[in-house]
Design a protein around this ligand. Sequence first.
Ligand SMILES: Cc1ncc(COP(=O)(O)O)c(C=O)c1O
Length: 421
Amino acid sequence: MQYFRYQEQELWCEEVPVSELAQEFGTPLYVYSKNQIVDNFRAVEAPLTGTDHTVCYALKANSNPAILTLLAQEGAGADVVSAGELYLALKAGFAPGRIAFAGVGKREDEIEYALNSSIFVFNAESTQELQLISLVAARLGKKARIGLRINPDIDAQSHPYITTGLKENKFGISAGEAMAVFQYAAGLPGIEVVGIHTHIGSQIVKVEPFVEAAGFVAGLVAKLREAGIILQHIDFGGGIGVQYSNALFHEGLPHENPGAIPPPPGDFVRAVLPTLKETGCSLWLEPGRSIVADAGVLLTTVLYTKENGLKKFVIVDGGMNDLLRPALYDAYHQIVPVKITTYEHDKVDVVGPICETGDFFARDRMLAKVKRNDHLAIMTTGAYGYVNTSNYNARPRPAEILVNGEKVRVIRERQTLDQLF
Ligand SMILES: Cc1ncc(COP(=O)(O)O)c(C=O)c1O
């Protein structure tokens, strides 16, 4: 079910009209649907029933404590990439034995913190990192469980900034070196080699790159077994893509380009499951975007409209400091009026108040005609939205709201000017 939907001319989140939230809490405002998050998590996990598995939520997508607590209660594990994310995961109640620590640049203090927290596994990405983990573990009188992140040189066919499984990318150990590095790791005193990790990229909209990666990983697991290295688990990473255009339909909205329409999240899992299950390893996944993206919107208010003979601009009260994705990746988000008051459309740029030309949410976009004080919802902003906010131009960070049926909860207060100094 879609928990953001139009009821007649008005946008609702679950059982709450979104305009009421904008009125009560002000804008810019992130609004999340609790039930959409839960449904999304269950959609990824459902095909794994009967398989030894852990679905680790990737905290980097959205690390609001209330959302983390919700997912920990759903039984998710956690994929963390920093001491900060590990701290949040532990505070939110994720079991340490269901936490994987990834990332190409772990500091010594982070390694020590993770070892002392008894996390399940470090996904290590270089020989030097292995040496350091082994050293720290030995110093603490512990053994660190290790998965090696292998870069399979597979094109995820995503945006270059979020493609991670190509040889030219900084991530992992190259496929050609994998065997030798596994053997090296197995000989280090502070290390127990337990798994293999791969993550080929984010916002992947076809199953084919995943299927190719699954074949690669299964082949490597078999070769390692022949060499006497028996792995217990495969961590297959995240990357399941979501639909950004046409997130909402209403007859009064302008026609959107179809954009990429990925299969449902469960289909990605089903496509790789037989190959990965065949290895006899337990299966770990690390979805982030597919759990939270369509469960969130960013609400803004139209401050001004203006035109210069060449272009029409809609200037809103949210900026690239509130949602960076369009500026960073030219990412597409559908933008819709919270109340549809006209079926007339205009071609406009939707821009923020920041002193950068890159501060835009849409360019040359057909949008319902709007006027001062109208509210707009920027759709599918639950992932990589709030986590990338900043205080650029000394703008306080927005508030976050979680809706559950008719219940509304502030899960992060709006920053105040006091907090900027
Ligand atoms: C190692 C790792 N796992 C999981 C994820 C989550 O990816 P996604 O949000 O596309 O599911 C990422 C994202 O960059 C990642 O780097």
